[in-house]
Structure formats: C-alpha cells, structure tokens
Design a protein around this ligand. Structure first.
Ligand SMILES: Nc1nc2c(c(=O)[nH]1)N[C@H]1C(S)=C(S)[C@@H](COP(=O)(O)OP(=O)(O)OC[C@H]3O[C@@H](n4cnc5c(=O)[nH]c(N)nc54)[C@H](O)[C@@H]3O)O[C@H]1N2
Ligand SMILES: Nc1nc2c(c(=O)[nH]1)N[C@H]1C(S)=C(S)[C@@H](COP(=O)(O)OP(=O)(O)OC[C@H]3O[C@@H](n4cnc5c(=O)[nH]c(N)nc54)[C@H](O)[C@@H]3O)O[C@H]1N2
Ligand code: SF4
Ligand SMILES: [Mo]
Length: 750
C-alpha cells in the first residue's frame, strides 16, 4: 500500500520529533535552557551551581545524567551525561521533564494507614515506626502461620532491588513484576528457544550500523528508549531502509521505505511467508546457517506452503510487497535487524511470533553480526558479602501449577490467582507488598485483582505518588523520588560495560524515605538485620566500587565509569566457531526445548478473533512524552500532553457521525464502560478495523490533581486476556470497543 500523500512526513519531521526528545524541553522549560551540559564544571561550581550524578527512573533505559541545583540547593534541571552509552549526553523529553516527579505537589510525603471513621474507610497519617511495626507484625504472623513464601512482592524498578533482598532474606521467592508477563517475556522465551538466551535490556540491536531495520509493531520514536532512537536517527542519516509493519501509520512509518499496514493479529503469516521467500529464492545466509544452525530442512519443509499469496489472504499485504521487502532484507544482510520488539504480549501466541522473528534473523545471519545484533557484555561487579539466603519451600514457579513450562521469570497473574481462595481451599498467598508498580493500570483483568485484594490478609504499597495501587493498600509507604536517594549501581549489558551512579541531589521531601532504608528498617524488626549491615546504602556502593579499583568519591565526579570489554567478540568473526547455550549448541531453527515442553517446535499461524459488528480492535501504544501511567500527573509532562485521544479512521467516523475533538466513552465486548471520556481524533493513520490510544491515562484517583479523569485507561478496557501457553504472557490486544456518545449511567468499580 502506498502512503497517503498528506501524511508523508519528511526526514526533518522525524528529526523534529526525536529532536524534542534529544534536545529536551527548551521551549517549555524556560530557565532550564539557560544551563548547558557543556559548561565547565568549575565555572558552574564557582557560580554557586552544584550538580550530582543520577540515572533516570522515568523509564528502564536508565540513562545517566547530572542533576543541577541552584545555590539554595533547589533542583533546577537534569541533563544527560556525555559519557553514558545509554544516552550520549541527551535525555529524552520524559527524562528531562523527570524533575516534575520531584516537584509534584501531589507527592506522597508521609506513611498512611487505613482506618474506618464513621463507617467509612479512609487513610490517616502515621509515623514511620507505627507503619513499619504494622507491616513487620503482619509479615511475622504470616510467616509463623503459613510460611514466609505466603508473602508476595510485586515490584518494578530500582526500589524493587532492596525489597527483593529483604524478601529473599525473609525466605520468600514469591516475587514478580509486570516487565515479564505484561511486556518482554514472550520475546525472551522465543529468542531463548532459538539462540539459548533472551534478548534482555537494553536490546543488543546494532541499529547505528544497520542497513535495513524491520519494525514489527515496535514504534521506536514514540517508544522513546533513548540511545535506540538516537541510533535510528543516525541510521536514517546514513540512508537505512526501514520496513515498518504496523496497522497504524506510526511516526517511524513516515520514515520508512515500506509501510506494511498489516491487518492486526496476523503478523505470524507475514513472518512465515518472508521465511518462504528467503529460503525458496535462495536468499538466506547459507554459510551461517550451515555452520551455526540446526533444523534447516525441517524449517524448509514447514514453510513450503506459506507463499506470499497465502499470506496476502490473511495479512492484506500484497504478495509483491512481501517479496520486495524480503529481498531488501536479504540485500542488506547481515547488516539487518528484524527488531524483536519489547512490549510483545499481544495475542497469546506471542512466544511463537517471537520465535519466527528469531528464526528470520538467523536466516539473514544477523545474530552476532555488525549492523545486526552485537554480542553484549556487562561489568562483573562483586556482590556485597551478605549472609546466604534461606531456601524457600516453594517459589513463584509453584504457582504455575504445571503451566507455562518455558517461563523464566515469575508470572504476575499466577501470583494474583494464587491469592484467590478456590472452592473452599485457602489461597497460597496471604499478603502483598507492592513497590514501583501501579498494578491496576499495568495488569489486565482487574476483576481477578480485586478478588485477590479482597481475600488477602494485608496489602502494602510503596510509591512516590498517590496512584491507584495505593488506594488498595492497608499501609502506604512514601518513597522519595530517584532524585533524593542512593540505589544500586546501574550495570546493564551493552556494547561495552558501564556503571552509573545515582545519589541524592536533595533531602527527601517531607517524611518520604528511600527504599533501602525502608527495607533495612523492616529487616531489623524481622530479626534480619544481618542482611543490612550498614548505616547508609552508600557504604555498599563504595565497597563494590573499591573491588574494581574505583570508589564512591571518584564516581561522584564522573557519574559513569566505562569499562573495557573482557572479550573482543562484539561480533562473530568470519567462520569463527561458536557455541550457543541451546541443548544442541546451535541456533535451533527447529526448537527442541519447545518440542520437549509440548509446544510447536516450528511456529504456525493461527487465526485470532475478529471484532464483532460495530466494535473496533483496541490498539494502544506509547507517546514520546509519557511513560506508562507514572508520568500522567507530572507537571512538566502534562504541559506537553495532558490527556490521550482516540484515533479513529475517517470511514468509521462517518458511520458514527463522529467529529474531531468530540468526547466519547468506550464500551468493550464484555460490557465494560470507561470511567471517563476520550477526545476523538479522526485520522487516516489508523486502519478502519481498529482504534488507537496511548496507554497510561484515565486515572481515577482524585489525589492526582492533574491526571484525574483525563482520558481513557486502555487497561480498564482489557478484560479479555489471551494467555501465552509457553510462558504465561497476557495477550492484551484481543479486546474490542464501541463508542458511547453520552455519559453512561453506571456503577463505578472503584
Ligand atoms: N494496558 C496496558 N498495560 C500495560 C502496558 C500497556 O501498554 N497497556 N504496558 C506493559 C509494560 S510494557 C510494562 S513494562 C508495564 C509497566 O508497569 P509499571 O511499571 O507498573 O507502570 P506504571 O503504570 O508507570 O506504574 C509505576 C508505579 O511506580 C511508581 N513509581 C515511580 N517511581 C517510583 C519510585 O522511585 N519508587 C516507587 N516505590 N514507586 C515509584 C509510580 O508512581 C507508579 O505508581 O505495564 C504493562 N502493562
Ligand atoms: N515514550 C515511551 N517510550 C517507552 C515506554 C513508555 O512508556 N513511553 N515504555 C518502554 C517499554 S517498557 C516498552 S515495553 C516499550 C514498548 O514499545 P514497543 O515494544 O515499541 O511497542 P508496543 O507497545 O508493543 O507496540 C505499539 C505499536 O504496535 C502496533 N500494533 C498494534 N497491533 C499490532 C499488530 O497486530 N501487528 C503489528 N505489526 N503492530 C501492531 C501499534 O499500532 C503501535 O504502533 O516502550 C518503551 N519505551
Ligand atoms: S529513555 Fe528517557 S525516560 Fe528513559 S531513562 Fe532515558 S531519559 Fe529517562
Ligand atoms: Mo515494558
């Protein structure tokens, strides 16, 4: 399909959008643009301007930056650290606006305890002692009665590290986060079955040197993972060919040589037909496959019938365009990336789709090659010498009850299920501690979550903001923001190992505290003080840094340390012998681990449900200036985007008589009606069978003064989940919505 001319964007348009990210919020930031990262340290200090290192917590790319303070010590702004490979000196708009997290007047600044007053439940302020004693007592009681494993931890982000340590010391490995079963889990399962290892974060995609980048629903540019966007801009300058497969005309679709507006939920058919073309036109990398892969003959037989003509009938992508794009990839190979994506929990067959992506990259010889996937390396940083953890009697894996054989990390949803009593049987999990994750917005099927919360003995939420999750807690602990605390060193695998330091730039606001302090306080009350043998967490960092010949003092001056690679194999050398951590030691085109676990060893296309008459598939994604639900109240970022809107195709708008800017409510296939209304945006950029909105809006807590009632929550509309049998991922894109023109009378759930 050709692009509609009125939406053709020039390269400048794209750079402008990424420029917003790369150059920060100069326009709205007023005073912020006065200071420049390049100004000499000495000059700034002489002017009374102080700065300290951090790494960003607005998303999990963890860019390193400098926090600038004026002479009074007030935080002014944050800029990227030039030495950091995750950001190359430039933060994205969310990172730049991250100071809004610190300044937000709606922040939690005191512990809260649930009480009943005049028959109504409410929170009252509590002292730290009171709140911590309450939690420690509940944890102790649960341990005595049911075992420590019955207390579960849900976490996302760095505060989770400290609580994980506490939980392991306590004897519980009942730990989960939304970054697996709601995010990248299927991708990592699919790649592991093929290459023996998952993709991980940051993704080892060699975008800056690629000649052909294939994006399957991965909307980089709106998905603002920093260096990935920068590298894509660099590749565009160097003339990369981009192939974007997306039912929506994404920002990057406007920069693509081919935009394939695929019928949603049919990507596996396209991937199989691409394999067909590569194999039957002899375009695949024969030497690479011969040397490194097994199962080629089985794959060849398997994809014989998956011709582009077959795929056309399913995907609506023309056969000649399928052939042309496969040939384009082959011409660029091995400097080609079929991007594995990140949020891939779409339709329930996501591990199989990821397998297909992994196989395609192998056929192109892209894994381990320049311009394809590099072989990442991480710094070896000694662990602080804590006492060994006790062995739990059961772990998160036992909550799978024999399902999801290839799950490598805990599945949030099975922990939720294990918290609901069934047919007279008591639930296995009795208490939840939740930190850094807004479960009601992050996990679909809210009904089950409410059932669990109803049955639990206790719920604790640790957050910086009065988010939805805090509304379910018995006790709320206020964490200070990442600007006000130490955390673990950032140590992420990349082209070269690097470490980044986060330290407090200001005193914690109000009575808020860092997670390490809370975990230590609880540990002491639980008789586990030996696991926290320090006064201040900085002692742990200093100890670790000294083991590698540096120190905390030294790192405070640089923020980032780059370390040399131990191995010189950033790429596989020509003909070099290579063993993959799979059972065969080869890249498994035919996956033995899948076969053994009872799954298709080669991926197959299966049809997914279509929207009923009058309903449209609910599609969702990211906006460059927001992260999930966590930024929806951030004063700097709401300035840039204060609500989400609903993309509707003009044909659909005509049928329904919808006008641009009109507000509608949504109702889904199960009768779930949105709490709030959303502004219609009529655009050719979305297919007629779908509507699109940005995730993270539609907050229903009045305490969030800027976010309350703004837009619609996609999560609320996701009541149907298609679970991935391979690893338990919750496929969320099989939900369908219709429009309600007037405010519906309804009973609000919360
Ligand atoms: N419907 C739907 N669901 C999704 C997604 C989607 O696109 N649509 N995306 C999925 C993906 S890819 C992911 S990775 C997950 C993300 O899931 P989450 O990480 O749970 O996302 P957020 O909604 O941002 O919730 C983060 C919570 O942490 C709090 N927080 C922020 N900083 C701190 C801190 O320093 N300390 C503490 N203690 N708390 C802090 C925030 O205030 C907020 O309450 O969501 C998944 N769920
Ligand atoms: N600005 C910003 N950037 C972020 C984040 C953020 O919150 N904000 N979160 C980060 C995180 S943790 C994650 S996991 C990533 C998520 O970002 P990605 O992994 O890039 O995105 P997804 O949410 O999976 O995909 C969204 C795109 O998929 C398209 N799509 C929908 N259905 C289909 C389909 O059936 N087939 C195809 N081919 N495409 C389809 C949508 O139109 C949309 O363009 O973003 C990361 N970057
Ligand atoms: S990509 Fe943006 S939000 Fe994410 S860590 Fe980097 S600067 Fe922060
Ligand atoms: Mo994610």
């Amino acid at each position: 399909m050709t692009k509609p001319s009125f939406i053709m964007a020039s390269r400048r348009d794209f750079i402008k959008i990424s420029g917003l990210g790369l150059l920060g919020l100069g326009v709205t930031g007023g005073a912020w643009s006065v200071l420049r990262a390049s100004t000499a340290w000495e000059d700034l200090v002489a002017e009374g301007i102080r700065f300290s290192p951090t790494y960003c917590e607005v998303c999990f790319w963890k860019c390193a930056g400098w926090v600038y303070k004026n002479e009074k010590g007030d935080i002014q702004k944050v800029v990227g650290n030039d030495d950091d490979p995750h950001c190359n000196g430039r933060l994205c708009p969310r990172g730049t606006g991250g100071t809004g997290m610190y300044h937000d007047p709606d922040r939690l600044t005191t512990p809260l305890i649930r009480v009943t007053e005049n028959g109504k439940q409410t929170f009252r302020k509590a002292s730290w002692d009171e709140a911590l004693n309450w939690i420690a007592d509940k944890m102790k009681q649960t341990k005595e009665q049911y075992g420590p494993e019955s207390v579960a931890l849900f976490s996302h982000g760095t505060s989770g590290d400290h609580f994980e340590h506490l939980f392991k010391a306590f004897g519980s490995a009942t730990l989960a986060g939304p970054s697996y079963a709601q995010c990248r889990g299927p991708r990592d399962a699919g790649f592991k079955a093929t290459y023996g290892a998952g993709v991980g974060s940051p993704e080892p995609t060699d975008i800056r040197d690629t000649r052909c980048l294939v994006l399957i629903g991965s909307h980089i540019g709106e998905n603002m993972h920093n260096s990935q966007v920068q590298e894509m801009a660099e590749a565009i300058d160097k003339g990369v060919d981009i192939i974007t497969v997306d039912p929506r005309f994404s920002t990057v679709a406007g920069k693509s040589k081919h935009w394939l507006p695929i019928k949603p939920a049919t990507d596996l058919a396209l991937l199989l037909s691409w394999m067909h073309v590569l194999i039957y036109e002899n375009l695949y990398d024969k030497a690479y496959i011969e040397q490194y892969a097994t199962g080629f003959e089985q794959l060849k037989q398997h994809v014989r019938r998956f011709t582009p003509e077959w795929a056309y009938g399913i995907t609506t992508i023309q056969p000649d365009q399928i052939r042309a794009t496969a040939r384009l990839m082959a011409a660029a190979a091995p400097a080609v990336i079929v991007h594995p994506g990140r949020h891939v929990t779409w339709y329930g067959d996501d591990s199989q789709r990821s397998r297909a992506i992994a196989i395609l990259n192998a056929l192109l010889g892209a894994w381990g090659r320049r311009g394809g996937f590099f072989l990442k390396e991480k710094a070896s940083l000694p662990e602080y010498p804590y006492p060994p953890y006790p062995q739990p009697r059961w772990t998160w894996r036992d909550t799978l009850d024999g399902r999801y054989a290839l799950a490598d990390e805990a599945v949030t949803n099975t922990l939720i299920e294990a918290s609901i009593p069934k047919e007279g049987q008591a639930a296995r999990i009795k208490g939840w501690v939740i930190t850094g994750t807004n479960l009601p917005q992050a996990i679909p099927e809210k009904g089950k979550m409410l059932q669990a919360i109803d049955a639990l003995d206790f719920v604790v939420a640790i957050d910086t903001m009065p988010m939805e999750v805090t509304g379910f807690a018995d006790v709320v602990l206020p964490e200070c923001t990442f600007f006000e605390r130490y955390d673990n060193l950032r140590n992420a695998p990349f082209r070269e190992p690097s470490l980044a330091l986060r330290m407090p730039a200001a005193e914690p606001m109000g009575d808020s505290k860092p997670a390490w302090w809370m975990a230590k306080q609880l540990a002491e009350r639980l008789g586990l003080g030996a696991y926290f043998p320090y006064k201040d967490f900085s002692e742990v960092l200093d100890w670790q840094l000294k083991q590698i010949g540096s120190s905390l003092e030294e790192m405070k001056k640089t923020g980032v340390i780059r370390l040399p690679r131990k191995s010189d194999n950033l790429y596989i050398k020509e003909g070099e012998p290579m063993s993959f951590p799979t059972p065969s030691g080869k890249i498994e085109l035919y996956a033995s681990t899948m076969e053994q676990a009872g799954f298709d060893p080669l991926p197959n296309y299966i049809a997914h449900p279509e929207p009923p008459e009058g309903y449209y598939r609910l599609n969702y994604g990211r906006a460059p200036m927001h992260t999930f639900s966590r930024t929806a109240n951030n004063p700097n970022l709401t300035d840039l985007m204060s609500e989400n809107d609903l993309w509707v195709n003009p044909k659909v708008a005509r049928i329904w008589g919808l006008e641009n800017g009109q507000y509608v409510w949504l109702k889904n296939q199960d009768g779930m009606v949105s709490d709030f209304s959303i502004k219609v945006r009529i655009t050719e950029r979305i297919r007629w069978d779908s509507v699109y909105l940005v995730h993270g809006f539609g907050h229903n807590r009045k305490e969030l003064s800027r976010a309350f009632g703004k837009g619609v929550s996609d999560t609320q509309m996701i009541t149907a989940v298609r679970t991935d049998p391979v690893m338990g991922g919750t496929g969320m894109r099989g939900n369908f919505v219709t429009f309600l023109m007037q405010e519906p009378t309804k009973i609000k759930e919360s």
